[in-house]
Design a protein around this ligand. Structure first.
Ligand SMILES: C/C(=C\COP(=O)(O)OP(=O)(O)O)CO
Ligand code: SF4
Length: 402
């Protein structure tokens, strides 16, 4: 399929919407009352600090809803207002926050069912409204929905679309896209659907393995087993790594994306020499500002003398996982929760570690004076942070049980 031509014709279709519907005022009011927090605003205005008794809360200087997330939720809410009686679907979670997805369900927005790992689009009828989430959707899904005669409301973040344009450029000039991302993540699945040849690398170690293969060759069977689910159909490492371009999932660890880009640049330089470099390597900066700001703020925060960190965001949220990673690598006790409900009575917390286990920690807030750092992912409403702070204050100021 000529994905670029399809995208262009879709954008001209009268069944395709990617802006609001003129209900901004009403929707902004709802968003403010449901997701914003005056307490958090106050703490922001107080040098990101709140002190009560033995406890000091230090907030990261950038956290919470990014522009793309606010935009996606607002467009979805506007679509509900604009199509009050139509059946409305979302192809996936709109963003990785359980509370926000539940809010949409409460408005009778339905999610495409998944059976045996496959989405079942047979439930969608012509004339239904289908929302594409902030991560986007694959070009095949867009085509299918368009052929069905659905109204498509596209909330894909423009930063994500920028990466799609990048892989289109690679494809046009026959570069293989090396995508730094998670091959199972919706955004990376969508991005790879616009790519020609591609290979997805999760981290620097995987990138180093590929770079070494480029320079020295290696065991092709082992290579293909390692990247079986992370490359385009018919991928051949001996043929398809001569010309590479770098792309990324927008929410990966920024420093890692940069390191991977430099690694492939050095590799191609070594293999082909400086005069041939541009024929074999292409890179564009597609790290989104929000990811950059939240990770930079987190690095600043963990440089302070904190007793512990609380990281709030959906358990399937990639950007939140990287905030947790920064704290864990720094050796700070860090608790990743997907909402304030994980802070339990009796000074206990149910949290996720980077390795994926859900654990319960007793006495997670130590006695005496403590400093707690708090941040939240790009899909977490400030209201959740407010509620978490309220629970911490309640715990620390409640009289001890004897
Ligand atoms: C929509 C989006 C980011 C917003 O945060 P999310 O937590 O929803 O998503 P992600 O970090 O990618 O797992 C994709 O860039
Ligand atoms: S994290 Fe960046 S790319 Fe993702 S939705 Fe937010 S602004 Fe867009």
């Amino acid at each position: 399929m000529d994905t670029k031509a399809f995208k262009r014709s879709l954008q001209q279709s009268e069944n395709y919407y990617r802006k609001g519907f003129g209900h901004e005022e009403e929707v902004n009011e709802t968003m403010n009352s449901v997701y914003q927090s005056s307490l958090i605003q106050e703490i922001r205005g107080n040098n990101y600090t709140l002190s009560r008794g033995d406890i000091t809360i230090r907030l990261a200087e950038a956290f919470g809803f990014c522009w793309g997330v606010e935009r996606a939720i607002a467009i979805a809410l506007e679509a509900r207002t604009h199509f009050p009686t139509e059946r409305i679907w979302v192809t996936n979670e709109i963003i990785h926050n359980p509370g926000v997805n539940q809010d949409l369900k409460n408005l009778q927005v339905e999610f495409i069912p998944v059976n045996n790992g496959e989405k079942d689009f047979s439930v969608v009828d012509s004339g239904n409204v289908v929302i594409l989430p902030a991560f986007g959707a694959t070009v095949q899904e867009m085509e299918l929905l368009n052929n069905k005669g659905c109204k498509i409301v596209d909330t894909t973040c423009p930063w994500v679309s920028k990466v799609w344009n990048t892989v289109e450029k690679h494809k046009k000039r026959e570069y293989t896209s090396i995508i730094h991302g998670k091959y199972k993540h919706e955004e990376t699945i969508a991005t790879s659907s616009f790519a020609g040849k591609y290979l997805i690398v999760l981290n620097v170690q995987e990138a180093e393995y590929v770079a070494q293969y480029i320079l020295e060759g290696g065991d092709k069977t082992e290579f293909m087993a390692k990247f079986a689910k992370a490359c385009s159909a018919g991928f051949d490492p001996d043929r398809d790594l001569e010309r590479v371009g770098i792309a990324n999932q927008t929410t990966m660890l920024k420093s890692e994306t940069e390191e991977i880009g430099k690694l492939f640049e050095r590799t191609m330089l070594k293999k082909f020499g400086p005069t041939e470099l541009t024929e074999h390597f292409q890179t564009f900066n597609t790290i989104c500002d929000a990811t950059q700001e939240r990770q930079d703020a987190m690095f600043n925060l963990v440089g302070e003398p904190l007793d512990l960190m609380l990281v709030i965001g959906g358990f399937n949220s990639s950007n939140t996982s990287h905030l947790q990673e920064i704290a864990e690598h720094r050796g700070i006790p860090s608790y990743w929760i997907d909402g304030p409900g994980r802070i339990l009575p009796g000074n206990r917390i149910e949290y996720k570690t980077l390795h994926g286990e859900i654990e319960v920690k007793e006495n997670w807030l130590p006695d005496g004076k403590i400093i707690v750092g708090i941040t939240s992912g790009a899909s977490t409403p400030d209201k959740s942070v407010e509620e978490a702070i309220a629970k911490i204050l309640e715990q620390k100021t409640a009289p001890a049980l004897v």
